[in-house]
Design a protein around this ligand. Structure first.
Ligand code: SAH
Length: 396
């Protein structure tokens, strides 16, 4: 098959030679052929030297590279990639673990498959496409998941309506590519159980990336009064309860999230009077709560900056939010504070939290610097993949 050729402008090959997996539209000199979105294209220097192969898409990222070697991206090629990703999760002790059946099987560029996310919840794989190229091969990917993971997987759910840009010529519909589940499946993370609503929930249904940070929180929870702000389905709350917290208050502005949190707490700790959940706006709750009510606070807000152009506002948002926690947390309290905005880097986030601490005038020490877990690996050539940042702070 004759591939479509993308020819770069002079000197624009440098980042690809350093294995960065994106080609920006501004770097392209000429396109030989007439690619449709999602087509597989080869990228060349202006001197006709082969560089890489990837999926073509109209937009600022024109090619998402999945290989730096010329070859056929057929079913076996994709199956090989899924196999490698799976072997890593087995090596990490996440797959085939009776205590934990929730993990990320494929993390986009971090697993050299840009545009693809696969999360595993017990016997269901939730596949999410962030590019048209991945959308077009979804059936092959579902088949590969089934072949590599065997009987561990019964269902593959495709969830991309919210992640793919609308295109008149491409139909994206969420639904099962394989099997079907009545959505009554219970997933398990570190021995704790929870419902995952991949049909209607955020992302693929659960925030898999906070697993290790939740486990760390558990170790700080004994005897503490815990506020889990932006709780979503309650992940941090049930770890705090298992860790021996005195009380746990979960807060989220979404009533649906609060319902799910209550349900999940009930599954793990039936009739436990230590837990209360509130569907309230975070800023309102923090304004109205009394001083020294909590001595362990989690702040895990949604991405305040989805793009670079709103960075300033996002940093102000982090500062304002953290300032409220510093102002009110009990002396000797612990603050777990996060940012999942890709556009905000570690240093910028730390500076925002630093400014918030300074406003309170309190003595604050950094106990841990947190990030995403190893099943969300960062491709060393694609530092943008490191998106989750967290600090654990001791507030005197
Ligand atoms: N900590 C969660 C993930 C948080 S996702 C976990 O471990 O699973 C961010 C959450 O913030 C979402 O559930 C969203 O509904 C909630 N949210 C967004 N804006 C909010 C606001 N202004 N006040 C309270 N919650 C908000």
């Amino acid at each position: 098959m004759d591939f479509i050729k993308i020819i770069l402008k002079p000197k624009k090959e440098e980042s690809l030679k350093r294995f960065h997996p994106w080609v920006f539209s501004g770097a392209i000199q000429k396109i030989v052929g007439n690619p449709n979105e999602g087509d597989i294209v080869d990228v060349y220097t202006c001197n006709n030297e082969y560089l890489a192969t990837g999926h073509y898409q109209i937009g600022s990222i024109a090619v998402r590279v999945f290989s730096f070697e010329k070859g056929n991206a057929d079913y076996n090629f994709w199956k090989g990639k899924i196999e490698k990703a799976y072997q890593l999760r087995v090596a990490l002790g996440l797959a085939e673990n009776p205590n934990n059946n929730t993990y990320r099987l494929v993390h986009g560029e971090g697993d050299s498959i840009p545009g693809l996310i696969i999360d595993i919840y017990d016997q269901t794989a939730v596949l999410q496409a962030h590019s048209i190229g991945i959308h077009l091969i979804r059936e092959q990917l579902a088949k590969a998941i089934k072949e590599v993971l065997g009987d561990q997987i019964k269902n593959v759910f495709y969830k991309s309506e919210s992640t793919l840009p609308f295109k008149a010529n491409i139909q994206v519909e969420d639904g099962y590519l394989m099997g079907e589940c009545d959505n009554e499946c219970l997933a398990m993370e570190n021995g704790l159980k929870f419902h995952v609503d991949w049909l209607k929930g955020q992302k693929t249904g659960f925030f898999v990336d906070q697993r290790e940070n939740r486990a760390l929180l558990e170790t700080y929870s004994k005897g503490r009064s815990v506020l889990n702000m932006f709780c979503y389905t309650g992940g941090f709350s049930f770890y705090a309860m298992r860790g021996g917290a005195k009380l746990v208050h979960s807060v989220d502005s979404s009533a649906k999230a609060i319902e799910l949190t209550k349900q999940n707490v009930e599954i793990n700790f039936p009739n436990d009077p230590r837990h209360e959940a509130y569907a309230v706006d975070a800023f309102k709750f923090l304004d109205e709560m009394s001083d020294k009510q909590y001595d362990l606070i989690v702040l895990d807000p949604p991405a305040f900056a989805k793009h670079r152009d709103v960075l300033r506002n996002a940093l102000q948002g982090y500062k304002k939010l953290n300032a409220k926690a510093f102002e009110k947390i009990k002396p000797g309290g612990i603050l777990f504070t996060f940012s999942c905005s890709q556009a905000v880097n570690k240093e910028q986030f730390r500076l925002a939290v630093f400014s918030a601490a300074a406003m309170s005038g309190r003595n604050v020490r950094i106990l841990h610097q947190l990030t995403q877990p190893a099943d969300h690996p960062v491709n060393i050539y694609h530092p943008e993949g490191e998106y989750l940042k967290g600090l654990v702070l001791y507030v005197e």
